[in-house]
Design a protein around this ligand. Sequence first.
Ligand code: PEP
Length: 271
Amino acid sequence: MRKPLVAGNWKMNSPTESSTILLENILHHTDQLKKMIKDLNTSSAIDIAIFPPAVYLREAQEILTGSGIHWGTQNVSAFDEGPYTGEISAAMIEGFGCEYVLIGHSERRCLYETLELDQTVLDKIVAQKYEMATRHNLTPIICIGETADDYEANKTEEVIARLLDVLIAHKGPKALSETVLAYEPVWAIGTGKSATPEWAQDVHSFMRERIAKHDKATAESLQILYGGSVKADNAAAIFAKPDVDGGLIGGASLDVEEFIHICFAAALKAS
Ligand code: PEP
């Protein structure tokens, strides 16, 4: 049984004062969640990870250390160090006690796309970031998903297979056992239009099968999250699908009650 993970991506939200309040509230509500999980009588639990803007990592470290909640960054540089203004290295992130890093989020890809880099180059940048994260003991959550145009053109599997193949070629299939994948259809992110549970299941199952062709055990143990307009009212149905191992949550992670309900939906799956 794979342990569900719920990851909260705050994006570029939350000013200093409210980031502290938000973290403390999450902590407080998580204690309640732990009691609820105990009532579910489940031996297995869930993992929760928070991704605040990098300037709030110190607060995250101070408030979340010892709580069982993990934290990480929304991006990492593809380079070790040097003249890369505005970038943050994996070593710096590791220094803040982070355990996870998001890689290849579509909102990051869009920034590069304005430079007119093609998708194959973008996939290689994702692979380089993946390399940096694992060198510094960070678990990468690698985001993969098709745009609305790809979806309309029936190219979902093609887009997903392309990045999976780059990742497998880069470090071998076994290395994926130390990563988390997140299927994030771009058309569902921040739009309020989530994929149906059936669609998410089909795509997750395609991803697992593609990896299984190289390494069955890795494919079986790998956590694959779904992300794209997950809310308290649709989380349980999406997470109930056999190949969905939790979610990457954007907007709803800024509302503590909503976020904790989503965590509870993941705990239900584990029970
Ligand atoms: C995200 O930012 O990864 C995301 C899935 O956002 P939202 O939940 O707001 O769609």
